[in-house]
Design a protein. Structure first.
Length: 214
């Protein structure tokens, strides 16, 4: 079995959603000074490769700590939109080649190839987004959630968060800022995205990974 890491590094100069603060990572102790090494880390709950809970936006909706851990592990499929002429806004009809596979999956991961812009200003501008129609199609499925290799499922600067709300009202989670999805195209794999066990967790960084049978 091969385990592929689908997670960006958390580091001080990493990209973050416009308007939020980047993480502060400081050396708290050192082996030379105190006999052991530790870091002090301060960051927003939606930093880096992370998971959004319905409680991120919907009042009274579940937070990650109120969800069973089994919802964060399951069969994944890759929707490879990088090589298809779909346009920037993904329509419901664009999902048709994968809907049969999605019906048997727990997570649908969109490979837009946008992680190639990680660390540049292009990462925040012009990335693909789902139309409300496409979001409704997936939200009506048996998926636990979806994942993308972009900063958000809605446009940066959105005030309505329409796509987020469609998935959250259906009880789905959203994983954003994935990377390295290409090797999973056409493969059978288990997707793992365990969040930190934070109380009242509107979101959390995750160590996203895929387990692929050899």
């Amino acid at each position: 079995m091969t385990v592929l890491d689908l997670t960006h590094f958390i580091e001080s100069d990493m990209p973050v959603y416009p308007g939020t603060e980047g993480p502060v990572i400081q050396t708290a102790t050192t082996i030379a000074g105190q006999g052991f090494a530790e870091k002090r880390i301060a960051m927003y709950s939606h930093t880096g490769t992370h998971m959004d809970a319905p409680g991120h936006i919907l009042p009274g909706a579940p937070t990650l700590d109120r969800m069973p851990p089994g919802l964060f592990v399951g069969r994944g499929i890759i929707l490879d939109l990088y090589t298809r002429e779909t346009g920037r806004v993904i329509k419901g009809s664009d999902l048709e080649p994968w809907m049969r596979a999605a019906a048997a999956a727990d997570f649908a991961l969109f490979r837009f190839g946008w992680d190639r812009f990680w660390g540049s200003s292009e990462y925040f501008d012009g990335y693909p987004v789902l139309s409300p129609e496409a979001a409704e199609v997936l939200a009506g499925s048996g998926l636990n959630g979806i994942g993308i290799d972009c900063i958000s499922v809605d446009e940066v600067g959105s005030v309505d968060f329409t796509v987020h709300k469609i998935f959250f009202r259906a009880g789905k989670v959203i994983v954003e800022n994935l990377t390295g999805l290409s090797p999973l195209i056409g493969k059978n794999f288990t997707f793992i995205c365990l969040p930190l066990k934070l109380r009242d967790a509107d979101g959390s960084p995750v160590r996203a990974a895929a387990m692929v049978s050899d």
